[in-house]
Design a protein around this ligand. Sequence first.
Ligand SMILES: *[C@@H]1O[C@H](CO)[C@@H](O)[C@H](O)[C@H]1NC(C)=O
Ligand SMILES: *[C@@H]1O[C@H](CO)[C@@H](O)[C@H](O)[C@H]1NC(C)=O
Ligand SMILES: *[C@@H]1O[C@H](CO)[C@@H](O)[C@H](O)[C@H]1NC(C)=O
Ligand SMILES: *[C@@H]1O[C@H](CO)[C@@H](O)[C@H](O)[C@H]1NC(C)=O
Length: 226
Amino acid sequence: MDLRPAVLAIAMLCLALPRAALSQSQNAPPVADTPAPAPAPHHVNLTDLLSLAGPYGTFLGYLVRTDAIRTLQSQANATEGEGVTVFAPEDSAFAAVDGAALSNLTTDQLRALVLCHAAPRYLPLSSFAALAASGPVATFGGARCAVNVTYAAGRIRLAAGWTRAARLVSSVYSTPPVAVYALDRVLLPEQVFPTEPAVAPVPAPAPGPAAVAFLLATWPSLPSGF
Ligand SMILES: *[C@@H]1O[C@H](CO)[C@@H](O)[C@H](O)[C@H]1NC(C)=O
Ligand SMILES: *[C@@H]1O[C@H](CO)[C@@H](O)[C@H](O)[C@H]1NC(C)=O
Ligand SMILES: *[C@@H]1O[C@H](CO)[C@@H](O)[C@H](O)[C@H]1NC(C)=O
Ligand SMILES: *[C@@H]1O[C@H](CO)[C@@H](O)[C@H](O)[C@H]1NC(C)=O
């Protein structure tokens, strides 16, 4: 049996202990051991995060245009607050929504739309199974834009308004107090769209080999506009 690692570990512990005991016993630790003055709280710039982290340019553009970015950023800044979770639809999700339906929106409607994509608290990925059971999640869009979470076979989907199943495709960032997740669809609140806007199908995510074969076999025969 090789005891060297254990001996080494004990030796290191002995070296470390007196030092730890010492610094605990002193009210004013020596200058060299003084930690830097309380570090500035970690600041996440949502604008930078969304522009650098991936294909969320359309969403970010709307956040900036409607000034909703300020609402989200101040929530991200508030270190004593509950944090913020942003559900960022990918550019392909916005591209799938009927262009006229989006371009017809007033700034206030657009703001209501993007605010449905953020919750005023930090929601780690590990909380979604419980959220699925606990009922709708409130968003900045108000009670009429609460988001239902479903969690099945490790897949997280959100439903709100006309959108039945927007899949949470990836975690872009998640460190309290800020979480940002990517969505493959836009959440389309009924207070913004009185009638259901046309949405092109989103390609099935990462299908297995059997599904790929099925898609390839059926693709040419899909009716146009499917
Ligand atoms: C975030 O970054 C953008 C672009 O780099 C900058 O214009 C903006 O002032 C920053 N906002 C905050 C809240 O730091
Ligand atoms: C968030 O904090 C940054 C850095 O302290 C600051 O520049 C920015 O103005 C703050 N933004 C909001 C909306 O509170
Ligand atoms: C957009 O607005 C135009 C003119 O007001 C209207 O004719 C059209 O039906 C609207 N389109 C949608 C998709 O709401
Ligand atoms: C969300 O769930 C509630 C019941 O908890 C239901 O009434 C509502 O229709 C659901 N909304 C969507 C968009 O699925």
